[in-house]
Each structure stands twice: as C-alpha cells, then as structure tokens.
Design a protein around this ligand. Structure first.
Ligand code: ASP
Length: 636
C-alpha cells in the first residue's frame, strides 16, 4: 500500500476522526486485537489478529515476515517459512507481541516498533492472486478497480474515504437532531417531481402500462410533510436523476434533505450551516469560520461565478471609472473588468497568447494583458492607446504591484464577469485537497434563469420557489429581474446544494405558474396532489438539500465523487462489478407487459467499459472510464 493505513487512521483520529478500532470498540470473535493497534506497550501480550496477507518477505532460511492487514493497519508477523502463504489470503495469526530488534523499527508504520512472534497461522480463506496490486492502486486503471471494487475497497484510500463518509453522516444527523429535526423516510417509488431532470421510470407489474418514477429529490414529499405538521424534517436521502454523468455526478446520489415550517431564509441557512460545520469539524478537527454570505449579483461581480472559491483572492476589479472617457475603443464598453495575477509579469508570451485564446473560446471578444513593470509602468500591446493617467488609474484600481500581471476583459456585464471568473480559476484555483475550507452562502438567485425554445420562462430553482418580497410587483412586467428567495451553499468553488423558501400562498403560486407558462390544468395534472394539500392549510416553509457525495469528496480532498462512493457507476452508467444495467428475461418482460422494440442493449459497450466478468478470475479490463475532473456542479 502506498501509505500505512494505521498511520492514516491515527492521523484521522488525532483530527477528530475515530478509526474502527477506537477504544470504545474492542475486537471480538476470532480476534483479540486489531493489527494496527499494537504498540510497544503491548509487548508480552498474547494476541490473535485476523486480516489479509498484505506482503510476505523471506527472513533467513526458515522464517518469513508476513504483513497482516485489517481495517486499522498492518502488523508484521514472524512466521514459519514453511507455511504456504500468499497475497490476500485471509489469516488468523496468534502470537506474542514483542519489540522489534534494535535498529529494525519501521517509523513509517504505527505498529513499527513491534511485531508478532511465536506465531501460529490459520488460513481462514484461500485467495487467488488479485488482478491488481493493492499497493499500486494509483497506477491501476479505474475500470479495473471498479470491476473488482471489493478489492479496491481494501486499500487505505477507500477505507479512509468510506469511514470519513460515515463520520460525516453521523455528524449531520447529530446536528439535525439537536436542532429538533425528525428523520422521515419518503418513498422511492414515486411520481414525477418538478426539478427538471430526466427521471428513471419503473414499470408497475400490477398496473400494466403505468410507471413509478424514482425521485429526483424528496421535494414534494417533504413539502407535504410540512402540510402534515412534521415541522422540521430531515433525511439522508437517495435521489435519482437520469442525467449524463460527470465527475461530480452519479445517477444516484445522496443528499442531506431538510424542510422546516414557520421559518424564513435566515433560519434555514442557520440550520444547514450548523450541520455542515459540525460535519467539517468532525473530520478535520477544526471548526471552520462562520459561513459568509453574498448575493448572486455580488458573487458574479466579484468572482464571475455563482460558485465562488474563496480560498484565493484575484477578485474581479471594476475598471469603468479608471478608463472613463478613454479613446481606446475596446474599453468603451458597458463593463470593463480586470483580475490581478500576483507576480505573473514574467509569464512568457506563449502563455499569454494561450490565455487570449481561452478568453475567446469562453465568449469574450478578446483579452487585454498588461505587465506591471518595476517602475510601475504598464507593458501591453494596448498600452500605447491608454493615456498615462488611465494607466495610472488602472494600476491604482487593481492595487497592482510591480511584477504583477493584469488581465482585462471588456463587453457585456454577464459575459465579461463569467469569462474573467473562469480565467481566475484557470490561473489561480488551488487543487481540491488544498485547505482551508471556505463555505459561502449565495443568496437572491434570479427567479427565472432564461427562456426555453418555446419562449417560456424557465425556473432557476423549481416552480415552488418564493419570489423576493420586494420584487413581487415585477413578476408580470419584468420577470427576468425578479429575485427569488433561493440560496446555494458553495464550498471551495463547488456547489454543495440549493434550497428555497417555498410559495405557500395560492395567489402567488398561480402568478408564478402563469409566468412559467403552466396552465391551471397543467399544474393540476402535474402537481395536483401538492396544490390540493395546500388548500387544507400550508404553513410558510422552506428547505435545503446538501449534496453529500460532494461534501464528503471535498472533506476527503478528492476531486471525483466516485472515490467516496462504495459502488459508483461509470460515465455511461454501468456498474462494472455487477454488470448492471442488464436486459430482463422474456418472462420478466412478459410479467411487466413490456415489449422491447429496440435491441435490449442498444449500443455496444464502449471499449473502455468491458462487461462484468462472468467469473472473477477473468483478466482485468485494459483501460479506464476516463472522465474529466470535477467542474462546478449544476444547480438543481
Ligand atoms: N429539492 C432541491 C434539490 O434537490 C432542494 C430543495 O429545494 O430543498 O436540489
């Protein structure tokens, strides 16, 4: 293994994370000790340990060193060399803990001062040679690891990530319960909900021709719990969306889903803040600072995105005043903004040209770069078009120092900010695992995010989101400028989740439906049961959903959520281990009243995704289900 599991676990413990072998949990059954828990103070103890054979090295003529691994770490056992012991066999070793001879301690192992001597070895289970070396996980194709996920799970990294996930879940539960939330399970076999993603359909056997859908989220169910008087609901809920997969998206994902009655936005934000801070503190041992908040407009202005990464500066600077009245045509625009890249004036011309090209690809008319020379003068292909005063004002506005590089974009506001926001990430964003954790609330999203092909407004969150009270009058006259009472939680540039205050008044709901082009009949047929319930007394309510896979990935320092999910699917939705999805048998199809008109497997499996093995000893697949690193997740 690349790192010592026991040291990974103990570092986890020192940072507030307990390993499976903490003092409260003593070994039982076939063993009297955990491999990774033995220390010099245990010398003289007779113990039985169980686990997998991680490594075997010959030791002289008659003895062998066997490293035995369990979920807590590794212990070296000195065994009779005559034993026929092989990698990944399951062993029970009974022996006496003793100090390793002088000079042979291994400081890389938490058990490195001791070993087990006078060992009796029992082979509990034979093992074929594993299809990949657990020590070489990093170099092993992901397709191979997913196909033999049960072996991959034995590695330090997966052990650490899944245990961290469990810690996060229990911290979230603790925080929600402390705040008076009640856990309620909502159905998986359900009916369409209005979040806009494609849903998975499940045929009904008893009512042929009818289908359930798997919930994209418990949205309507939880709102009905509020009508039902549950007051504060939470659930660690599985949600299913039949959408194209990305590094930060799976068909099934997990949310901490909450809803509360008789509260407004600030209370919902406080409930969620307490939960995620508790989770972060539980696994890092550090209490993240109070979560800051900014409006959607401010986020766009300062960071060029609604998912600001606050771990680094390089904020967008407004240059309109600095270049007011300029003769330089490019800067005679509605919006002129810059970012300052500290110390980057030495970047070669080729790198700057690549940035200009990138800005064009992102939709800008161009990009102006300016090097700030030692004497404070700007060096740039456009410097000759800017007066000395203008150049001086640009340097002052950006607080630029000699040696810095300025990147300037001009044009329409939203596009300009977005291009600079992306360039800011391209040149400055730290890797996912880099601390600190910087949570931020983004509030006051627009109620509508655009207009669809049929000319209808599209809800930015969902159709039950309450408009901002100050903008209600604009609903019919200027709908695109209406702000909503919806909010996102962002962590280090990743959107962790969304929520909103819901509409509980029939008159406002009708106006929003009308704006969205949803007729009364339409509304009745799609969400009739929710609207019907609202006629019997709906409390004002609001809620939120935190994407757990993303939260855990960020806390684990992983840039791909597959690393924190026990059995994830590949980009094409395949489970390489189980072989899902699979065709049904003719008998199953007949029972469901389904005739498959296209071939059961409509597309051949991609070369990077071999079908699941019929026997585990089949040779491993050659290539990986390569996916790009996580971009910022989309709002839903
Ligand atoms: N149902 C929403 C989602 O899944 C969250 C919410 O509004 O509570 O994103």
């Amino acid at each position: 293994m690349s790192t010592d599991m026991s040291s990974a676990m103990s570092s986890g413990m020192s940072s507030g994370m307990s390993s499976g072998a903490d003092e409260a949990c003593s070994p039982a059954g076939l063993r009297t000790a955990y491999c990774g828990a033995l220390r010099a103070g245990d010398a003289g103890r007779a113990v039985s340990v169980c686990g997998w054979l991680a490594r075997r090295r010959e030791h002289g003529e008659h003895l062998a060193f066997v490293d035995l691994r369990d979920h807590t770490g590794i212990i070296q056992c000195v065994v009779d060399g005559a034993h026929d012991l092989r990698s990944e066999q399951v062993l029970r070793v009974t022996g006496t803990v003793r100090l390793r001879p002088e000079g042979t301690a291994n400081p890389a192992l938490s058990t490195g001062e001791v070993e087990l001597g006078e060992c009796e070895v029992e082979v509990l289970s034979a093992a074929e040679p594993p299809p990949f070396s657990l020590d070489a996980r990093a170099e092993t194709d992901e397709a191979v690891r997913l196909r033999y996920r049960y072996l991959d799970l034995r590695t330090d990294r997966m052990q650490h990530n899944l245990r961290l996930r469990s810690q996060v879940n229990s911290a979230l539960r603790r925080a929600m319960e402390r705040q008076g939330f009640v856990e309620v399970e909502t159905p998986l076999l359900w009916t369409p909900t209005p979040e806009g993603a494609r849903e998975f359909a499940i045929p009904s056997r008893l009512q042929r021709g009818s289908f359930y859908v798997l919930p994209q989220s418990p949205q309507i169910a939880k709102q009905l719990l509020m009508v039902g008087g549950l007051d504060r609901y939470y659930q660690i809920a599985r949600c299913m969306r039949d959408e194209d997969l990305r590094a930060d998206r799976q068909f099934e994902f997990t949310q901490l889903d909450i809803e509360a009655s008789f509260v407004g936005q600030s209370e919902v934000l406080a409930f969620v803040s307490e939960a995620v801070i508790e989770a972060a503190a539980a696994v890092t041992g550090e209490h993240p600072p109070q979560i800051v908040s900014m409006t959607w407009n401010e986020a766009l202005d300062r960071f060029g995105t609604d998912k600001p990464d606050l771990r680094f500066e390089m904020q967008l600077v407004d240059l309109l005043d600095a270049v007011a009245g300029t003769e330089f045509n490019t800067f005679k625009a509605a919006c002129v903004r810059a970012i300052r890249v500290p110390g980057a004036s030495e970047w070669p011309r080729s790198r700057l040209d690549a940035l200009v090209e990138r800005a064009r690809q992102l939709g800008a008319a161009g990009l102006v770069w300016m090097r700030v020379r030692a004497d404070g003068v700007l060096e740039s292909p456009v410097a000759k078009y800017l007066s000395e005063t203008e150049q001086h004002r640009v340097v002052i506005a950006t607080a630029a120092d000699p040696g810095d590089l300025l990147l300037v974009v001009a044009g329409e506001r939203a596009r300009t900010c977005k291009v600079l926001g992306q360039l800011r990430l391209d040149v400055g964003q730290p890797v996912v695992s880099e601390r600190p954790l910087r949570f931020v609330w983004v509030t006051e999203f627009p109620l509508f995010e655009g207009i669809d092909d049929e000319g209808r407004l599209v809800a930015a969150h969902h159709p039950f989101t309450m408009p901002h009270p100050d903008d209600l009058d604009l609903l019919e006259t200027d709908p695109m400028s209406v702000r909503s009472q919806s909010y996102d939680l962002v962590l280090n540039g990743w959107e962790l989740g969304s929520g909103s205050i819901r509409i509980h008044r029939a008159d406002i709901q009708r106006r929003v439906f009308t704006a969205l082009g949803i007729s009364d009949e339409d509304a009745e047929s799609r969400f009739g049961f929710l609207l019907g319930a609202f006629r019997y007394g709906a409390p004002p309510h609001g809620g939120f959903a935190v994407g757990l896979d993303r939260l855990v990935a960020l806390l684990a320092g992983e840039d791909n959520i597959r690393e924190v999910i026990a059995y994830p699917k590949t980009q094409s939705g395949a489970d390489l281990m189980s072989g899902a999805p699979q065709p049904l048998t003719p008998k199953q199809l007949a029972e469901l009243g389904i005739r498959v008109v296209s071939p059961a497997v409509s597309e051949p499996p991609s070369p990077s995704e071999p079908p699941a093995p019929s026997s585990p000893s089949e040779p491993p697949a050659p290539s990986s289900p390569s996916e790009p690193p996580a971009p910022g997740p989309s709002r839903a």
